[in-house]
Design a protein around this ligand. Structure first.
Ligand SMILES: [Zn+2]
Ligand SMILES: [Zn+2]
Length: 142
């Protein structure tokens, strides 16, 4: 299942004429199998053993290419480092205020908020984001 998803993503890149370097392949593979919404630094640390010549800049560059091709979503949180994920099924995030962990949860998309906001403000709404904050079960035990 995960293999098929990876292959499909690679086909998408090939169709857009993007070269599949071993690093690019590894970054994509890592992201697809990581539930932690890693930062570029996390990805770098996870892969540097395999690619001793790779720099953090290479990771950023690969993430940018993947994002531009719609394969990776970047999550920004104010001044904190961006986090990245490959999942495109609609979902929301709950974030631990102690350790920064981000966990996915599913809830019917809050479409009515968008149409209400449109009606009240006259904006054309493009999307919304909602985050829930708290203390994760690991941190609660400390
Ligand atoms: Zn935590
Ligand atoms: Zn997520």
């Amino acid at each position: 299942m995960a293999e098929r998803r990876l292959q499909k993503a690679i086909d998408t890149l090939k169709e857009s004429g993007v070269r599949i370097t071993p690093q690019r392949h590894a970054v994509l593979d890592y992201l697809m199998n990581s539930p932690i919404h890693p930062t570029a630094d996390d990805i770098y640390k996870a892969l540097e053993g395999k690619f001793p010549n790779m720099s953090v800049a290479t990771v950023y560059n690969n993430l940018r290419v993947l994002r531009e091709n719609g394969l990776v979503r970047e999550l920004t949180y104010g001044d904190a480092s961006s986090r990245f994920e490959c999942s495109f099924t609609e979902h929301y995030h709950i974030i631990c205020e102690d350790c920064g962990k981000i966990v996915d949860f599913h809830y019917p998309s809050l479409d009515e908020v968008e149409s209400l906001a449109e009606k009240i403000t006259g904006f054309d709404v493009s999307h919304h984001r909602m985050e829930v904050y708290g203390t994760c079960s690991d941190c609660k035990q400390k």
